[in-house]
Design a binder for this molecule. Structure first.
Ligand code: ADP
Ligand code: MG
Length: 421
């Protein structure tokens, strides 16, 4: 079956209720439906899931979807089950299933009921699963969050590096689809090289977020007061403040509360119940601000986050982009304010000193880019997009005037002086 023979719009409407494809979705879907190895680079929220879900529903056989987080897999399976009367249409195969459940999953796959099978990479390495999957019809393998393959990505997972070998064992000619929101050329090369795909059709969406305003301010000992002032000037708006350490998260959340700002802390040191309560409070707008470590945000889809503040500068441009990207999802205002001091860079360097040398070198290189970004006097948007391998015209590009350097140009030496406060 080729994409010419199926009306993709009709299928889109039927399964997902949408009347239009978003961005490059249609091209990507055609590529997958036609059995090409396909590589998709789209920002978070770009609609990557649908790129493999729709072909999976259309094609004969079961699509295997590798995804790093059990919670994300569960959400997706529930969503897919919601569009069908057939519960077995999507399954998760992981270590939490008991024998009866595993039997049911395998039965549904064998009977051709299951169109999407979500697996964690470690489940895929299990011999009995490989044996089973060899014996059934697999439509393609989709690797979501494919940057987990690369050490240059922000979320490297060693198990991801064996995927190629396993896929080969399951079937030699299974098309492979890689999807990621990591736009750096380095990570992309790494992914394709590791997967051993030389013929992938690559689809890359623009990473420009024209509605986000980027601002970097020097970080002084008055940073908390600066943050409080900013929030008070933006009364009634919701935002996220990122700090590096749990301790700082707790302290800053308290400082804000004392100053009459409704804020809650969020970090991995809180128990699961408190975490999910604080997350819900933020989503339901019972509080304006969540002060968090990077543990907060994966899979958070609140469209009207109006500001993201970095109390501490992140460890890579990639992280900065991901975290600021949680602002203005609805296309409305999104103010991204980061506080920068070279001392924080030194601190980050120190954190890495116990790690293996290769990791330190990568970490150092990533940090140098952050320094260059924070200290630059040119368009920040141009800098970010260049980092992601994208051209941006700082005069005519969309959102060109949406950063501090463009609005208030400084001479280079002035910018430097200011940062040495
Ligand atoms: P990503 O994985 O790229 O971050 P998701 O797959 O989670 O993005 O999709 C983000 C949001 O976009 C979801 O809420 C999804 O329902 C929505 N979406 C995807 N495709 C379409 C479309 N064609 N029309 C409207 N909404 C869409
Ligand atoms: Mg996704």
């Amino acid at each position: 079956m080729t994409s010419q023979e199926i009306n993709l719009h009709e299928q889109l409407k039927k399964y997902f209720g949408f009347s239009q494809f978003k961005g490059l979705q249609e091209e990507v879907i055609k590529s997958i439906v036609n059995d090409h190895n396909t590589f998709v680079v789209m920002p978070t929220g770009g609609g990557k899931s649908l790129c493999y879900q729709l072909p999976a529903l259309i094609k004969e056989g079961t699509a295997i979807v590798v995804s790093p987080l059990i919670a994300l897999m569960k959400n997706q399976v529930d969503a897919i089950r919601g569009i069908s009367s057939e519960n077995g249409i999507a399954h998760v195969l992981n270590s939490s299933l008991n024998k009866t459940e595993v039997k049911q999953v395998k039965e549904d796959i064998t009977n051709g009921v299951t169109k999407l099978l979500y697996v964690a990479p470690e489940s895929l390495t299990k011999e009995e699963n490989v044996e089973f999957l060899r014996s059934v019809k697999i439509s393609f393998l989709a690797i979501d969050e494919a940057h987990c393959i690369s050490e240059w990505g922000h979320d490297f997972r060693p198990e991801y590096r064996n995927l190629r070998t396993i896929v080969k064992r399951i079937g030699d000619d299974i098309p492979i689809i890689g999807l990621t929101a990591t736009a750096t050329p380095k990570v992309q090369e790494d992914i394709l090289k590791n997967l051993g795909i030389t013929d992938a059709r690559t689809f890359k969406a623009s990473f420009n977020r024209p509605n986000l305003y980027y601002e970097i301010r020097p970080k002084t000992k008055n940073v908390d007061a600066d943050i409080i002032r900013f929030i008070k000037q933006n009364q009634g708006k919701t935002g996220i403040i990122y700090c590096l350490s749990r301790k700082r998260v707790e302290e800053l959340a308290q400082t804000l509360q004392v100053n009459g700002i409704s804020a809650v802390p969020y970090h991995a040191g809180l128990d699961a119940k408190t975490r999910s309560r604080h997350q819900d409070m933020f989503l339901m707008e019972d509080v304006d601000v969540v002060v968090a470590t990077i543990a907060f945000g994966m899979g958070i889809d609140k469209p009207d986050v109006r500001f993201v503040i970095h109390h501490d500068i992140p460890k890579s441009i990639e992280s900065y982009y991901q975290e600021t990207g949680r602002a203005g999802r609805d296309g409305g205002e999104g103010h991204c304010l980061a506080f920068y001091s070279y001392k924080d860079i030194e601190k980050l360097e120190k954190f890495m000193s116990g790690k293996p040398v290769a990791e330190q070198e990568i970490g150092h290189a990533l940090l140098q880019e952050v320094v260059a970004f924070a200290e630059t006097s040119v368009s920040r948007r141009k800098f970010i997009l260049h980092y992601f391998g994208e051209e941006f015209d700082e005069k005519t590009g969309e959102g060109a005037d949406m950063d501090d350097n463009v609005r208030n140009p400084k001479k280079k030496h002035e910018a430097k002086d200011e940062l040495e406060l």
